[in-house]
Design a protein around this ligand. Sequence first.
Ligand code: FES
Length: 104
Amino acid sequence: MAEIVIVDRDGKEHRVAGRVGVSVMETLRDLDFGVAAICGGMCSCATCHVWVDADWQARLPAVQGDEKELLRELASYKPSSRLSCQVMFTEDLSGLKVAIAPDE
Ligand code: FES
């Protein structure tokens, strides 16, 4: 089972089964950690914003175009920021650790 380690907004860590072959957002949205994913993965709402753990940042594809622009507009932006709807979850990413960013 491929897992995602999620740090919720209270700083508590959870290990959950990740849905392989869809974006990380799809797993987060099904849980009760406040990821609204309002735009449904169209890279236009930023309600799926996460911070990726330092050990995992280099293992993800680089941030591109629209995602980069949207992230930079966020008050909670950090270099580790990603829109989880733009990160495809695969077996190779089992153990990926992300922290859910504040609601903006
Ligand atoms: S779900 Fe809207 S930007 Fe990711």
